[in-house]
Design a protein around this ligand. Structure first.
Ligand code: CMP
Length: 611
């Protein structure tokens, strides 16, 4: 074939093998992720074999495959971006705050302790302190993907212990993002090589400048994104959602994720991972975020697979023979040392054993951040190349062993439960902090529930049962209409519309009651949930014909003048019904404004809900 098909070949080989090995991994009750990593290892070994065979080199196979490795690296980078975007999308500061008392100190203590042990280990193997730092940091952070998958499998994400573990992980992830940003700044002083164009890190002044520079860049980026993001993104998503095109919506979500990640890396020198994480955080503020998450999930999954494959490709199995002791020591640190450290911290904070065991088992592996950090360590010549292989071996083995670690934790739990005295000491007497955590989580949940009620968006079914007016719209049309609605609340006595003003909104009463006082006469009309008002001036182009005041705690769906006209233009039967109601009300006002009825009519005369 004359044209270059490297990309296609990379994606095809990567996906097919990942699928095959992932499938078998899951048949053996291992996370599919192990299969993806193994697929990568197989491809990597295959490449090496081809590269060694001189005839293959002549035939051009090997060079073709070398290009694959570089390409796979870039595809993997996209995977990391989407992964971090997903983490950001699900990140909730409130959730984190609920578990902060244990998650923040726990994560930091664990990182510090694990890093120290890792660094000492590296020193024992004759590496520099710089290499030790990178190794220690890499081993101190667990894979969010693996933990979430493990917790999901045991229905544990929503339990207090599960929430605590996830919070702990998020703190770890954030700390790693910080490490990724700071590592280049410190590379020089840790004994690494900084690429020629890089700033001078040798002297203290140089280091201070670099730190300041990095801090400023990251600060500017975060400030810009946090300031403009919540103002622009929800608006943008709504506009795109209104087009009714799902692919445009997905495209918009992806462009935001990858666009922000790319621009942040180019302009601010912030890592792709951090950029994508913040893109996710911003979008999570929008009420359309779950739709965004849903749409980007398949791509996230696909590219994450390529990420794990490419990590496997980098792995050199020879390391198991060359450095068996080192691999064993690293594995021991991940599978035994780290869990013991986390268990100790959780127990020291007064939580029950079962909570500690869940955290310990969850954290007994390393994943994506370790590879990224190790990769950066190699770029800056801090970590010797075999360091990455050792970390990869540790990651591969620890992820594969993770189900066993969970099994062991379960056994310990069962044993303790079977022993009344032990149970009392390790669970019963330690239930205080756990209960406090549970209460805090309940409170956050309640708050979230109330907030979501306050800005509750109707489902298309609710819309129709509440407003039969919309019954003739198709489900898609209802959905689109819902996107145009804003919600507005009012307290008893709030004036919603003032007679004589210019018209801006049409109101649909979702809850509560309002009182209409037309300018033309003294009668007051009550409208209840299901009715609408504010349509007359919008239709006629004249000023408001009445005062409208809320009588109790009310909730409305409102349509802007523009959207109101747009909709009536699109659906003539709606226009007809609404215009008929407006005409009826207009006539009533004219009639009522004629000679006053004998006996006075200024009393309130309720009307049935207009539709
Ligand atoms: P608009 O004139 O835009 O603003 C005031 C609203 O009060 C008006 O639209 C109608 O929706 C409502 N309104 C006015 N007169 C009556 C009436 N007689 N009965 C019910 N609603 C009315």
């Amino acid at each position: 074939m004359p044209h270059d098909v490297t990309l296609i070949a990379t994606v095809a080989v990567g996906f097919v093998l990942a699928f095959v090995f992932g499938y078998f991994a899951s048949r053996f009750h291992l996370p599919p992720l192990v299969g993806y990593l193994v697929a990568g290892v197989v491809i990597g070994v295959g490449m090496n074999v081809l590269a060694l065979s001189s005839s293959a080199v002549r035939a051009g196979f090997a060079s073709g495959f070398t290009a694959d490795a570089a390409m796979a690296g870039q595809l993997a980078e996209i995977g990391v971006m989407l992964l971090m975007f997903g983490v950001g999308l699900h990140f909730s500061l409130r959730d984190l705050m609920a578990v902060r008392r244990i998650a923040i100190p726990g994560a930091f203590l664990q990182i510090i302790l694990a890093t120290v042990v890792g660094a000492v280990l590296a020193k024992v193997f004759g590496w520099t302190w710089g290499a030790g730092l990178v190794l220690g940091l890499s081993l101190s952070v667990a894979s969010t993907v693996v933990v979430l998958k493990a917790l999901e499998a045991r229905n544990g994400v929503e339990t207090p212990s599960g929430r605590m573990t996830v919070g702990w992980l998020i703190v770890e992830d954030l700390a790693m993002v910080l490490a990724l940003v700071l590592l280049p700044a410190f590379a020089g002083s840790l004994g690494g090589h900084v690429p020629a164009a890089g700033p001078d890190h040798g002297s203290d002044a140089g280091l201070a400048m670099t730190l300041l520079h990095t801090g400023l860049k990251v600060g500017t980026f975060v400030a810009l994104v946090m300031f403009f993001g919540p103002r622009v993104m929800p608006w943008l998503l709504r506009q795109v959602a209104r087009t009714g095109s799902r692919e445009l919506f997905t495209l918009c979500v992806l462009s935001v994720a990858i666009g922000i990640a790319f621009v942040s890396a180019k302009l601010f020198g912030v890592s792709y991972a951090l950029g994508a994480f913040f893109a996710g955080v911003i979008l999570s503020e929008s009420e359309l975020s779950h739709k965004a998450a849903e749409n980007s999930l398949p791509l996230q999954d696909a590219f994450a697979v390529l990420f794990f494959v490419s990590v496997g490709m980098l792995f050199n199995p020879a390391i198991l023979v060359q450095q068996p002791l080192m691999v064993f020591a690293v594995l021991l640190l991940i599978v035994v040392g780290k869990p013991l450290i986390s268990l100790g911290i959780v127990l020291a904070f007064g939580y029950p054993l079962s909570t500690g065991l869940l955290a310990a088992a969850s954290l007994a592996q390393v994943g994506e951040f370790s590879f990224i950090l190790a990769g950066l360590g190699i770029t800056y010549h801090l970590l010797p190349p075999e360091g990455l292989s050792v970390i990869l071996a540790g990651a591969l083995l620890s992820i594969a062993l993770n189900p066993l670690v969970f099994g062991l934790a379960d056994r310990i739990n069962v044993y303790v439960r079977g022993n009344a005295r032990l149970f009392n000491r390790l669970e019963g007497e330690r239930s205080g902090p756990q209960r406090a955590l549970q209460a805090e989580l309940e409170r956050v949940k309640q708050e979230q529930y109330e907030r979501s009620l306050a800005r509750k968006r109707f489902t298309p079914e609710e819309l129709v049962s509440q407003f039969p007016l919309f019954a003739d719209l198709t489900p898609e049309q209802r959905e689109l209409l819902l996107l145009h609605f804003e919600t507005r609340e009012a307290q008893p006595g709030d004036r919603l519309i003032r007679a004589g003003e210019k018209a801006d909104l049409a109101y649909f009463i979702a809850q509560g009651e309002v009182e209409v006082s037309p300018r033309a006469h003294e009668q007051k009309i009550k409208l209840q949930a299901g009715a609408f008002f504010g349509e007359m001036a919008l239709l006629s182009g004249e000023r408001r014909s009445a005062d409208v005041t809320a009588l109790d705690y009310s909730k409305f769906l409102t349509l802007s003048a523009r959207d109101f006209r747009l909709f009536l233009g699109k659906y003539p039967f709606l226009r007809q019904q609404i215009a008929a109601k407006a005409a009826e009300r207009g006539e009533m006002n004219i009639r009522a404004s004629r000679p006053p009825m004998p006996g006075g009519t200024s009393s309130t005369s309720p009307t049935s809900p207009a539709t």
